[in-house]
Every structure is written in structure tokens, then in C-alpha cells.
Design a protein around this ligand. Sequence first.
Ligand code: GUN
Ligand code: ZN
Length: 435
Amino acid sequence: MPSHLLIGQTLSFTADPFALPPEEAARHQSRGAVLIENGRIAAIGEADALARAHPGAERVDHGEALISAGFIDAHVHYPQTAIIASWGKRLIDWLNSYTFPEEMRFGDADYAAAVASRYFDLVLAHGTTSVCSFCTIHPESVDAFFSEAQRRGLRVWGGKTCMDRNAPDALRDTAHTAHDQSLALLKRWHGVDRLSYAITPRFSPTSTPEQLEALGALWAAHPDCAMQTHLSEQREEVAWVAELFPQARDYLDTYERFGLVGPGALFGHAIHLTGRERARLRETGSALIHCPTSNTFIGSGLFDTAARKREGQIVGLATDTGGGSSFSMLRTMAAAYEIGQLTGTALHPAQLWWLATQGSARALRADHLIGNLAVGMEADLVVIDLASTPAIAQRAARAENFWEALFPTIMMGDDRAVREVWAGGKRVVAKAAGQ
Ligand code: GUN
Ligand code: ZN
């Protein structure tokens, strides 16, 4: 494989920008470069020095564009691609009206393959190189997801969504089949190339205690898999869980009593939490996944990122496609900023960017592999034009420092800002200027 030297502004992190003054945790070079060799980052540094040291590398000069780790979307539902932006419902009605009818179609392997392909086209065009996705109840939907990611050389997580109650007949399995089908899929896909399995009970209302117990046992037997689900997204949902599980101390306890908390557990939303839940999430090393465009779109509530980070939680960032209203992690960072304003903290651009890269990677226990520009890490990169529209360009032109130049793209950017995407050391998106 030839080596490539990407030249441009570079942004990487040496620490968590919630733990230090944010700018001290980031490293920005205005004329930097990243050397890609054999699918990994072989060097990062100052452009002229790296170009001199590696004269044989194929050079790609991106001028003032920004080279960053690719975005990592830690909670999505790829089967909801075609129903994104569906009007007028809150969570439970939204699931019944839009989501479940669409998910029923994924027993058809051809339909699942078509949507998986469209989904990865969309997310790559938006600069997202890794996702952690729910599939549907159908093993075909999982095969479609992993086959498509494998073909493109992506590092992804996914799993069969298990439900054995409070869902239409055609979308229900049992405790037994959920366990056995998940196990078969895990054996087929987990650890193959860059693919990882995520054990996936949809959420407590759609699983019996027997199903949660079976999936807890499966995770105990395969602890290096991820475990993804939903937690305390809407108040009506929290009240429903209390009715369905009268013995549980709280919503988290419906998972905890079956071994479904701990490192590698990803809890989507996690907004309306009690003190006990917050303490247990932190003590067990579980991750909270913030889905800001979804939380405003479905009307769920305000996740307090700064408070959760202050109390020591692991926090990732996600679109929650298609409850979320965008495929873009730039738009998602903007929504996280806006929710931060409503909860009393203006999140710094370094913090927003970190959440969309290292934060999500850490939640997935993959921060040693992806989510940063550092020697030895997998070469999943995005090249961002910081003047991609006239509105952004005119604001960025006034910037007095790098963070001021970056922030208009965070707030107003979309797929037009994404110039090039690399996954596993290969260029997977290349756009001509102005596209
Ligand atoms: N809770 C259970 N299922 C879902 C889903 O598909 N989307 C969202 N946003 N919340 C859920
Ligand atoms: Zn979700």
C-alpha cells in the first residue's frame, strides 16, 4: 500500500477537555500533516518536517481545511433511515406510528441491504466513520449492516434488537430466540475485520424479565461485546417502566438486576435519572450517550452534559437516527451546544469536537483505536472545509483564533463541509471543491 501524507490544519487531543481548561487538552497545528501507512496513522506533526522526512509519500495538500479523526456516532438505528423527520409524535406514539411499521420490512434481506447501503453512503458523506447501530429483530438486518460495513472497511458495532412484549407480533421474538439468534450473529460477526457485536435489548418496556435475564447471561459469556439499550428518555416512559417492573428500584435497576450494566454498556439518552442511577452508572463504568437532536425533536428533555461529565460519567455523542433529525455529527454538536446553553453551560468547541470523536470512542471502549489523530491509531479521518458556505465563510473570516474559526462550522456546517473521508487508511469519500 502506498503511504499518504495529508496536509492541512490538524486537530488532536492529548487529554479530556472536560478535565482541563479545554484548549489545553487539544493540539492544533495550522500547517500540520498526518502520515497514513498500512491503514494506520504512522506520524503526525508539522507539514514541512513530515514532507522532508517522507519524500516517497503521496502528498494531498488540503490547504486551510481541517484534518481530524472521523466522527463516531455512538447510538443510531440504521433501519430508521427512511423515516427520519417524521412529524408530530412523542416517543411511544412515534415508535408505534412510524418506527415499528418500517422495521417490519427488514425481514426482507434485499430491503435491508438497500437501506444499509444508503445509510453508509449518507453517514460517510457527513464525515462519520464509525457507528454503533441497533438493527431490527430480524437476523437479516444484522447481516446486511455488517456486510455493508465490512465491504467499506469500517469499524462498526451493531446488534439484533430484541423485543418479546409491547411490540407488534411480527417484531417479537422470545427470551430463548433472542438469546440464540444474538449468539449466532455474534459468532458470525464479532471480531471479524473491524466489526463488533452489541447485545441489544431495545429497552425495558419491550423485554420481559426473562429476556433481559437471557441477554444478561449472553453478555456475561461474551463480555468484550458491547451492550446497547435505552434509558430514561421520556418521563412517560419512565412511569411505564415503574408499572411494568414494580420490584425495580428505578429504571436502571431493570437492567442492573440482570447484569446489564458495566464497562461496554451504552445507555442512549439517560436524561431523567435519579441520584442512585447516576451513582451506579458511574461506579459500574457504564456510558451515557447524549442524543441531542433526538431529544429536542421527540420532545424528551435536556441532558446536562457538563454536570454528567463533572460527576465523572463516561459520555458519548450520537445522532439517534431516525429519532434524531440529522445524519450530521456537526449538526449534533450544534444541538449539544444549544442544550448546554439551556442547562447553563456553554460547551467549548474543543469539548464538542472531543465528544464526537474521543468521547464516543471511549464509550465504545475503542479510544485506543479510533477517535483521535495519534501514532498507531487506525486511519479514520475527515477533512473539513471551514468555509463551506457563504454564511460560514464570512463569519470564519472574522475569527481571531482557531476556535472562533471552527465554531461557525460546528453551528452551521453539514455534509457540504466534508471534503474527504478516510477509513482504515483508504479514501472512501472525495468531493470536488464546491460540492
Ligand atoms: N426507545 C426505544 N426504542 C427507541 C427508538 O427506536 N428510538 C428512540 N429514540 N427511543 C427508543
Ligand atoms: Zn435509540
